[in-house]
Design a protein around this ligand. Structure first.
Ligand code: NAD
Length: 498
């Protein structure tokens, strides 16, 4: 019998009101049901929000360092459970164990960051323009935060949002992706075990079109933190805008790696293999475009293909696998369709492109790492987020052309350049339109204490990571204390022009 999971509302594990369920299956072996989950509706979001509102004061009234201690404890529990979580995550979304351990570690790092931040939520104090007057700021919670997360980082991304939201004193309604509800449930269990009071964190499983929409529309949810596709992000911005809700959006990417002739070629090949095919290319920061200078193009492609052939595709639970399956059948079909589009557009399929079948692969959704050469700027495979192991190689004649191609997309999340020339490196840092720029390193590999997010259609200007999300989840209050004993008028008493 597959394991049965539930929603977590008002501190109790419960079925959905409708009792409907959905299955979560292993993308490496579709016959394996990882768990059965409640297919919730609007009424479940209503209950979850009622609980979140009812427990606001209890949580917000705890001193911040006390909230921090609880979140630090959650980090300790995650350390104990790291291996179990990683295995479950690999079973439900496919990426290899090395990466699911990393995903869990990012959650641990984020817990400890929140613990540290709990004694550092500094405000601003400032001199006043008037005598005998003091000015400073404090930060209050917004109230209840709606958290909507994608499937590709099932632990890291929810922790990036929920730890800051909780530390700032908010209560939570959390809807994880339907492809990764089990890892999300483990995270909520850990928060409960660590001592977050009952009712503060509420978990509602179910489809975005129902549960997600109900969160967006709910008048008692004051801030939405969302990571996912730009299409859904636009919809969220629209609804949140209509209701004047604060919203933080982290969306798609089409990330370039540039390689100049003076680069260390072996290192640049290693970088692109990891950037393009790690997590089976299913990362918002995945290297989906390789921009090669013409002087090293042919040599680079030869080495790249030779190395790509050595990658072992397989079940992520096997330590021998380098690349796991695609998340589900719909996504596999979408990626294979992009392979057809690439061929029709006139790009050369230089490596891979096939759905893998046969004994080892028949039960899952596996495909070969895929490399297109001869890709022209403007082709669909060069512009659109494929979210799979497909790399488009564009040949350029100069540094200036490389930058122009790199920037000519709607997204601006990550970027990379391999070069030994300091002038190229510094100019790339200046010119690349992306929230992240790596020098002599791949487009993936963000660290939890630094800001993470993108320019252009990758988001709406907020950042996750480090201290930045704490701003998303707080309301600033400016306090003026006048101890002069008389009415003082700003801008009027101090008018030096009179
Ligand atoms: P998705 O947009 O399909 O879904 C994300 C979440 O939104 C899921 O929980 C889904 O159920 C929910 N959702 C769907 N429709 C909704 C609606 N109408 N209202 C409210 N919620 C709704 O994305 P995905 O397939 O889970 O993830 C892949 C995408 O996420 C890619 O585009 C990738 O680039 C992006 N991503 C971005 C970052 C980043 O930090 N920039 C990180 C990881 C993934």
């Amino acid at each position: 019998m597959p394991e049965k999971y539930q929603n977590f509302i008002d501190g109790k594990w419960v079925d959905s009101e409708s009792r409907e369920t959905f299955e979560n299956r292993n993308p490496a072996n579709w016959e394996e049901i990882v768990g059965v989950f409640p297919k919730s509706g609007k009424e479940d979001v209503e209950k979850a929000t009622e609980s979140a509102v009812a427990h606001r004061d209890e949580w917000a009234n705890l001193p911040v360092p006390e909230r921090g201690l609880i979140l630090g404890k959650a980090g300790d529990i995650m350390v104990e459970k790291k291996e179990k979580i990683a295995k479950l995550m690999t079973r439900e979304m496919g990426k290899i164990l090395k990466e699911t351990r990393g995903d869990t570690q990012e959650g641990i790092d984020t817990a400890y960051y929140a613990f540290g931040e709990s004694r550092r939520l500094y405000g601003v104090t400032s001199p006043s323009e008037l005598p005998n007057k003091t000015i400073y700021t404090i930060v209050k919670p917004i109230g209840t935060a709606g958290i909507i997360s994608p499937w590709n980082f099932p632990m890291a991304i929810p922790t990036w949002k929920i730890f800051p939201a909780l530390l700032m004193g908010n209560t939570i309604v959390f809807k994880p992706a339907t492809d990764t509800p089990a890892t999300a449930t483990k995270f909520v269990e850990i928060l409960d075990e660590a001592g977050v009071p009952k009712g503060v964190v509420n978990l509602v499983h179910g489809p975005g079109s129902v549960v997600g929409e109900a969160i967006l529309e709910h008048p008692d949810i004051g801030v939405i933190s969302f990571t996912g596709s730009s299409a859904v992000g636009r919809r969220i911005a629209e609804v949140a805008g209509k209701n004047l809700k604060r919203v933080s959006l982290e969306l798609g990417g089409k990330n370039p790696q540039i390689v100049m002739p003076d680069a260390n070629i072996e290192l640049a090949v290693e970088g692109v293999l990891w950037g393009a095919f790690g997590t089976t290319g299913q990362r918002c920061t995945a290297t989906s475009r390789l921009i090669l200078h013409k002087d090293i193009h042919d040599e680079f492609i030869d080495i790249l293909i030779k190395k790509a052939k050595e990658l072992k595709i397989g079940d992520g639970l096997l330590e021998s696998s380098d690349v796991g399956p695609i998340i589900n059948e719909t996504q596999l079909k979408k990626i294979l369709n992009y392979v057809e589009i690439g061929k029709q557009e006139g790009a050369k399929l230089a490596f891979g492109g096939n759905h893998l079948t046969g004994k080892e692969y028949d039960k899952g959704f596996f495909m070969e790492p895929t490399i297109f050469t001869g890709v022209e700027a403007g082709m669909r495979i060069e512009q659109e987020e494929i979210f799979g192991p497909v790399l488009s190689v564009i040949k350029v004649s100069s540094f200036e052309e490389a930058i122009e191609v790199a920037n000519d997309v709607e997204y601006g999340l990550s970027s990379s350049i391999y070069t030994a020339n300091l002038q190229y490196a510094m100019a790339a840092i200046d010119k690349l339109e992306a929230g992240l720029t790596y020098i002599n390193a791949p487009t993936i590999g963000a660290e939890c204490h630094m800001p993470f997010g993108g320019f252009k259609n990758t988001g709406n200007g907020h950042r996750e990571g480090g201290k930045w999300p704490y701003e998303v989840f707080g309301e600033i209050k400016t306090v003026y204390i006048d101890y002069s004993g008389k009415l003082q008028k700003a801008q009027i008493d101090t008018d030096i022009t009179k």
